[in-house]
Each structure stands twice: as C-alpha cells, then as structure tokens.
Design a protein around this ligand. Structure first.
Ligand code: SF4
Length: 310
C-alpha cells in the first residue's frame, strides 16, 4: 500500500503544545482508505512533552531558528536531526501531509519573529518541513488547510500516485523503464506544464545512456512541474488531443458530441469528469494501447471522486 507521512496531530493524535489535535477529516477518512498514513510528531519526537511551551521561529526567514521563548531553549538542531535520523524510513513515503503554520511542520507562510520582539513576517517554513524538502526534493508535500481546496487536493493526490509509480520502477533504473514511465505520464505533464512537457521529453530522448544524475534530475523536474495544478485551458488541449485518437473509430455525431462536451468543460459548464467519462467509454469500445496506459485518464482510484468538482 502507498505510504504517506503525516503530522500526527492531523490524524487526531493529541500531541499539540496545548494537548489538542488538528484532525483532518479528508486525510483521516478518505485518504486513509487508499494509503497507509504514517504519523510523525517531531516536537514530541525530540522529547518535548504534552502539553509544552510554544515554539516560534526567529531570525532570518531563509534559515530561521526554532526557539522556546519561555525558556530560551533553541530546538532547531533537534527537530532537524529528527528528520535526518529517519531518512531511511522516509524513502518509503510517496507523499507527506504537513500541519500548516507550525514552526516545525508548516510548509509555507509560517511566522518568523524578529528576536526579542513580536514583529514577524509570514514568510517561513517549519524546521522539520524544510529538512524533509532538502532530503527529498521530489517528494510531494502539502498542508492540511490547502487540502480543503478541490484543485490543490486533486493535485496532491495525483502527485502522490505519480511519485509512487516512479518509486516502484525496477532498480537500478534503466533507460527503457524511464522512457516507458514518461510515456505513461505524457498527457498528465502536458496538462500541468506545457514548456516542461516539451523540454523534458526532448532531454529524455537525447539521453543515450541513463545516469543516476539524470534520473534524479528527471523526477525532480517532473514532480516540480506537477505542483502547478492543471489549468482548464491545458486540460482542454489534452482532451482535444485525445479526441483525435478516435477520429477513425467513432461516428461523426459522436465526434460532434464529444467535441461539444470538451467545449462545455472549457466554458466551465460541466466538470472534467464529463468529457473524461465519455473518452473512457470510447476507449473501452475502441481499445488503444498508447491511450490506455496514460495516467491522465485514471490517475488515482475513481472513488476518491477528486475530479467531480474540477
Ligand atoms: S504540527 Fe507537527 S510538531 Fe506540531 S503537534 Fe502537529 S505533528 Fe507535532
């Protein structure tokens, strides 16, 4: 089963500084039905109890220190080492859901204070989250609050499934396996980032022998491109491209109906699922090996229902 790391407080564990939690219903119920959630609380992990005095970030927003104002204790190294010491466990993860705003787990816009004052800028990243990103630049990260946005939620789950498929490739990585993986992700990448789609495809084709450096560059570039949610315009472009695969197989009235549905989606009058369901229907009737393998058509289990609102 796919493993996804998560801040413990997001699955209801009472590990916050005040003894509370921040349970995310989406993670703890819907996501949990499809992935194994692996919880970590770095602050409890380094021996700070529950309840405990609050921690805050201080100093340089690009390299802040995590400090307990009540005691003056600096816990930056402890939290960072907590992540470093679990590097091997984290290689098994295909995604990570972080608790927003936390000086340890927050992914972005965490308050960073000017030492000794209450002046702050909401520009920082939690110490644990920063170390996680340094160690695994391609690992999909997301925050609980952002997962309430249907577009960002869909985007995160999609990235988890793409990254998990990459991690399951046979080792050591061979050119043919990466080419086949890339072929499966083509329409997904096209929907998210057209310039990267063109650039990465070209670079992969030019790669005569596969090196670990290129493989790392490839997956980091791909995963970074996928953080940009697929726009309606790009999805329309992909759907119209897919439509071309059926031009010799379906009647003109059916072609017209599919073209109209794609335009209805483009105008925002029907969700993405509507033209996609029709495409999947035609694909069942007229199988096409290249099209069938596209992750774009079925990026994750249907019952997550993530495309219904897009
Ligand atoms: S945000 Fe992170 S450090 Fe804070 S309680 Fe949740 S898991 Fe623990």
């Amino acid at each position: 089963m796919i493993k996804v790391g998560i801040s413990s407080c997001l699955i209801g564990e009472q590990v916050r500084y005040d003894g509370g939690h921040k349970r995310s219903a989406f993670c703890d119920e819907e996501l949990r039905r499809h992935v194994e959630l692996v919880p970590y609380c770095p602050e409890v992990g380094i021996g700070l109890g529950v309840p405990r005095p609050t921690i805050r970030l201080e100093g340089d927003v690009d390299a802040p220190q995590a400090v307990i104002p009540k005691t003056g204790q600096n816990v930056t190294a402890g939290i960072s080492d907590f992540a470093t010491n679990r590097q091997r466990q984290y290689t098994q993860l295909s995604g990570y859901v972080l608790c927003a705003k936390s000086p340890s787990c927050g992914m972005e816009r965490v308050r960073v204070y000017k030492p000794g004052t209450n002046e702050n800028a909401k520009d920082g990243m939690g110490i644990f989250a920063r170390r996680l990103r340094e160690m695994f630049p391609a690992l999909p990260l997301e925050e609980d609050g952002r997962l309430n946005d249907p577009l960002l939620r869909e985007n995160f789950v999609l990235r988890v499934y793409v990254y998990d498929a990459w991690k399951k490739l046979p080792q050591p990585l061979k050119s043919a396996d990466i080419q086949a993986f890339h072929a499966r992700q083509k329409f997904t990448l096209l929907a998210h980032d057209q310039p990267t789609y063109r650039k990465l495809g070209r670079e992969l084709a030019e790669q005569k022998t596969m090196t670990p450096e290129f493989a790392t560059y490839y997956i980091e570039t791909l995963m970074n491109a996928l953080t940009q949610p697929a726009s309606r315009k790009n999805n329309t472009n992909v759907l119209q491209h897919i439509q071309g695969f059926f031009k010799d197989h379906i009647e003109s009235a059916e072609r017209q109906e599919l073209a109209e549905l794609i335009l209805e989606y483009n105008a925002g009058r029907v969700p993405l699922m509507v033209p996609l369901s029709m495409i999947n229907h035609y694909l069942r009737k007229h199988p096409d090996a290249y099209l069938s393998q596209q992750s774009y058509l079925r990026p994750y289990p249907d019952d997550l229902k993530l495309r219904y609102g897009l």
